[in-house]
Write a protein that binds this ligand. Structure first.
Ligand code: MN
Length: 346
């Protein structure tokens, strides 16, 4: 593939993977052009973009081997979350508790996988309301929630992308649980909407409709649910400002260059792997809501495989219900204590 009308070497490049290669190809294009003085590199850039788009679209459907890689990445990620729970008691005593958590996950990612798929978000309390909090410099206080968004990249470079929101001391408060369960219901509604033949964007609509309803029930929504979910409304986005789903694969935001009609407006099909990740984020400084909600950020993110029979939650091994999260954490601490006890005997 090339651009013979321009002359020069016939090559198309996926740009921004390696800046040195980008520069090398630009130089080669210039040096081999028929008329270097009038070479329009932008024309060639546009051809490169078409290649990126085509590759993105080829990646929308995963084959059997790719799905195995995704499962491997998710399994390693689950192990990483267990390590984080184990590290939490120490994190609670550390001035940079979020870094303790980040480090625990990273260690597991390197031991069982290639790397992180993306920078870990370890966000406690109000930091969880900052969407891409990756500084992770904060303290984790007992009584706060820890939002952990982390994924292990397998040796094949396929990555998981999972979020759980954990009570730092193992128990949700009443208001934390209320917000958590609204987000879980939104995730479940997204999951139910994710059927072969449905539109990709139907997932977001189903999930955010649930959130708008809950915000209205709590008296936080300044308008009716009907107005909020209308195209001109969207008042609930104040507390849920991001999309609910993205494709997942070699990149954490896989297939990002695919044409809109195949992605956001695309039809869900067997072999697609994508996230469902609704959230609610109530900032400390948000005076539009009662004080009890402030400083609570919750997101629940699972990795979904679409099959002919419907969606499969690849990350279901991590507990999702509030009760299950609490008993899962308690079980890990019980095992730790039992291990310590037997260590004393030896
Ligand atoms: Mn994600």
């Amino acid at each position: 593939m090339g651009a013979p009308e321009i002359g020069g070497i016939s090559i198309r490049l996926v740009r921004k993977v390696d800046e040195n290669i980008d520069a090398l190809v630009d130089t080669a294009r210039y040096n081999t052009a028929k008329d270097p003085d009038n070479l329009d590199l932008a024309v060639l850039d546009a051809l490169d973009e078409k290649l990126s788009e085509a590759l993105s679209e080829l990646r929308l459907l995963k084959d059997e081997w790719e799905i195995e890689q995704m499962m491997t990445a998710v399994a390693a990620t689950v192990e990483g979350f267990v390590e984080v729970v184990k590290a939490l008691p120490r994190a609670l005593t550390h001035a940079r508790g979020e870094r303790v958590v980040e480090g625990a996950f990273f260690a597991r990612a390197r031991e069982v996988g290639n790397e992180l798929g993306y920078d870990t978000i370890a966000a406690a309390g109000n930091n969880a309301t900052v969407l891409h909090w990756t500084r992770n410099t904060g303290r984790i206080n007992a009584g706060e929630l820890l939002l952990l968004d982390a994924g292990v990249e397998a040796d094949s470079l396929y990555t998981a992308d999972v979020t759980r929101t954990l009570p730092a001391n193992g128990t949700f408060t009443a208001v934390q649980r209320k917000v958590y369960e609204a987000v879980l219901d939104a995730a479940d509604a997204g999951f139910a909407a994710a059927q072969p033949g449905a539109k990709f964007r139907d997932i977001h609509t189903a999930a955010t409709n649930v959130l708008a309803e809950r915000l209205a029930e709590w008296g936080l929504l300044p308008v009716s649910v009907e107005e909020a979910v209308s195209a001109e409304g969207q008042q609930h986005r104040r507390w849920m400002p991001h999309g609910t789903s993205h494709h997942l694969g070699l990149d954490v935001h896989d297939c990002a260059q695919a044409k809109r009609e195949l992605y956001l407006d695309g039809i869900l099909a067997e072999g697609m792997v994508f996230t469902i990740e609704p959230g609610l984020y109530f900032k400390n400084e948000d005076l539009a809501i009662p004080a009890e909600y402030r400083g609570i950020g919750v997101r629940i993110e699972d990795d979904i495989l679409m099959t002919a029979d419907g969606p499969v939650n690849l990350s279901a091994a991590l507990p999702r219900k509030a009760d299950d999260v609490e008993s899962w954490m308690a079980g890990i601490y019980q095992e730790l204590d039992a291990g310590k006890a037997s260590g004393d005997i030896r």
